[in-house]
Design a binder for this molecule. Structure first.
Ligand code: P6P
Length: 337
């Protein structure tokens, strides 16, 4: 059987599910940018792109050279196509307005250009996360603040979400709201080829992912839940659990999409107002959309992530996502507290 490339999949989606042509174009442009990022990441020390800049991003995190390069690749790839009204990125404080010389379109693109970038210098998988929203009618104003407000839509309004994982293979995982598909980059062809027709998160699991070094900062429901996981077969959950923590959300989520598991980044007493480390608009929301489309669940501990009404572009939320049985358990503990 001839191999299905991303382009062919998107065209067939247009026929079967009326995926708008400009959304199809958007996904293809983002995928092409991810190929370019994959190429830059794979060069490592040979490409002179390892290490950090002497700058910080809006999150107060030291920027890696590849963070900045990946952000520029995504901006330059997407600004001229006429499919976007604006863009937003983890690496930029304000929304990115489409330059006046280019036409605007109906979509808003949000991304974390290189998530997990602290892993780059030690050659551990990193990734790009993206989310697509429709632009409300009134967002075409020239007023930045207005365009910024246009981004503040709950995650259930996403029309597409995906990630590229730069690991032993470069894979693109995508949902258009009709399930989750996985594509693997064929470097000889230069195309993403459909390799995972129907990605599903197993409803139960024996594997969890959390940074245990933060244990003393967790709230009681999380402390209770993790202690039960660690108690194993002799404990209340009656089975032994394994733990993984790659410290690269894209890699941890991809493992969960592949074999199940529970990913946690809880609220942290060190900075309770920040509500944990992960950002709602371009990390939690796209991953929650993908995980739910794959039959899993994603909450803040007390609320479905996709129902959170954003109040700020770089807002953070606690994240519990993955196998439905475990997400429901830990969420139940929060609601009992
Ligand atoms: P910690 C990467 O910086 C990231 O945003 C996610 O990809 C990852 O899951 C998390 O932070 C790792 O955080 O505190 O374990 O380094």
């Amino acid at each position: 059987m001839s191999r299905v490339t991303l382009s062919r999949y998107l065209i067939e989606q247009t026929r079967s599910h009326n995926t708008p042509a400009d959304l199809r174009f958007l996904i293809e442009v983002v995928a092409r940018a991810c190929k370019e990022i994959s190429h830059a990441v794979s060069k490592g020390a040979l490409g002179g792109v390892l290490g950090s800049m002497d700058t910080e991003n809006v999150q107060g995190e030291v920027q890696k050279k590849l963070d900045v390069l990946s952000n520029e690749i995504l901006l330059e790839a997407n600004e001229w196509g006429g499919h976007l009204a604006a863009m937003a990125s983890e690496e930029m404080d304000k929304a990115y307005q489409i330059p006046g010389r280019y036409p605007k379109g109906a979509y808003l693109l949000l991304f974390d250009p290189l998530d997990g970038s602290s892993n780059i210098d030690v050659n551990v998988s990193v990734g790009t996360i993206f989310s697509v929203l429709r632009c409300p009618d009134d967002c075409f104003s020239q007023n930045d603040a207005l365009a910024e407000r246009a981004f503040l839509q709950p995650g259930y309004r996403q029309v597409a979400a995906g990630y590229a994982l730069y690991g032993p293979q470069t894979t693109l995982v995508l949902t258009l709201g009709e399930g989750v598909k996985g594509f693997t980059l064929d470097r000889e062809l230069g195309s993403f080829v459909l390799t995972h027709e129907h990605m599903q998160v197993p409803p139960s699991t024996s594997e969890f992912a959390v940074n245990m070094s933060n244990q003393r900062h967790w709230e009681p429901p999380v402390t209770r839940y993790v202690s039960e996981l660690l108690a194993g077969a002799d404990g209340p959950l009656g089975k032994n659990y394994n733990m993984r923590w790659i410290a690269s959300m894209v890699a941890d989520v991809h493992r969960i999409l592949t074999r199940g598991g529970l990913f946690m980044y809880p609220r942290d007493a060190r900075e309770p107002d920040k509500a944990g480390k992960l950002r709602l608009m371009y990390e939690a929301n796209p991953m929650a959309f993908i995980v739910e489309q794959a039959g899993g669940a994603a909450t803040t501990g007390t609320q479905r992530i996709l129902d959170v009404q954003p109040e700020a572009l770089h807002q953070r939320v606690p994240v519990f996502l993955g196998s439905k049985e475990e997400v429901e358990r830990v969420t139940g503990y929060h609601n009992q507290a």
